[in-house]
Every structure is written in structure tokens, then in C-alpha cells.
Design a protein around this ligand. Sequence first.
Ligand code: 5GP
Length: 210
Amino acid sequence: MGQAGRGILTVVSGFAGSGKGTVMNKLIAEHDNYALSVSATSRSPRPGEKEGESYFFMTREQFEDLIKEDELLEYAEYVGNYYGTPREFVFKMLDEGKDVILEIELQGAMQIKRKYPDTVLIFLTPPDIEVLYERLKNRGTENDEVIAKRMKRASEEVLSIKDYDYVIINDNIEDCTRRVHEAIMTAHHTVGHERGLIEQLESGLAKWRT
Ligand code: 5GP
């Protein structure tokens, strides 16, 4: 049911260190209805990150060309770097019935919510702040200054969780992945997403109304 229709657009945000990436990889490995959007960014690759898989890495100038050419669905500056969602892939996948996931930060999430109010907005959080700090430190790829910047950013982001539809705790990967999947599956049946079905029912019943 609902599979033949247009896919659901979902935004997943979370503090740096919320484990978003791991949850997204698991979600995609376990279900074939998802397509994960690959963002463009002006930040440098971290060890192990792959071009076209983790991100499309580019210079600030190249990124600004994408903005000028209106090729991004949304974009934002985060801790000194540009990040943005290439538009074409998202619409193509939604039209093919895929549920598209954008793993993006808050400012981009709010742009998407304004433009596409039927989007499902999910915020992932570790169970508490100590876990958040430890996860960032243990990642080992960032220096103290970057960690401090990201914690500061988290202290601002926390104020906007109420603008999301769901806040899901990542205390355990399996449970968290299941909850994210359930939230997206439920969205297939909202009145906002099922407009086509409603119109079909309305016209089918019109002759009985007189
Ligand atoms: P990181 O540098 O750790 O990979 O990502 C930093 C932040 O940028 C994360 O919160 C991530 O979700 C966000 N981000 C990644 N891609 C995009 C994007 O296309 N647009 C926006 N607005 N944020 C993004």
C-alpha cells in the first residue's frame, strides 16, 4: 500500500556525535525503499570519506556556482563550510517512489520544511550530553577547537528541536533505526501525503452525494 505513489521526503538532523550516519547506513542496508541524498560540501574530506559517496567535495567557488545555477534544494553554512542538497536526485527518486532521506543540519531542515511542509522532520539525539561529548572526542578526527565549536553549535541547535516532528533517542542502533523507519512508514498514510487517494475516493463517491 502506498508503494506505487510518490516517496516521502525525510530530513534527519542531530547533534554532531548523535550517530546519525550509522543509523542511516543501517536503515539503507535493511530496507530497499530508501535513497540517501549525497550532499555537496566545501569542507575537506576526512580520512576514509569517498567522493560521491560521503559527499561531493568541492571548493567554495564551485559551491557558489551551484547556488547561482539554482541546483541546490537547500544549503547552509555550518562551522565555516558550505553544505547543500543537489536538487535533481531528490525529485527523481521521489518520482520513482523512493523515500528520500536528507541528512542535514538545522538551517537546511527549516528551509525544506518551509518549501515542502509534508516533509517528515526527525531529530536524533544521544541519551545525554556526556555521551554526546564522549562520542565527539572518541571520533578522533577532530581537534579540541573543532569539538568546542560543535558543542557550541549543539547548544544552539537544542533550542530548535521543537520545530521537528519527531525526536528520537539513539541509545542503541537497532532500536533507533527501527523507530526512524516506523516514523517514515507512518507518514505514507498521512492525509497530506495521500491527497491522490482522497481525490479518487471523493470522485468515486460524488454521485451518491445528491
Ligand atoms: P559533517 O561535516 O560532520 O559531515 O557535517 C556537518 C553537518 O552538516 C551535519 O549536521 C550534517 O547533517 C550537515 N549536512 C550535511 N549535508 C548537508 C546539506 O546538504 N545541507 C545542510 N544544510 N546540512 C548538511
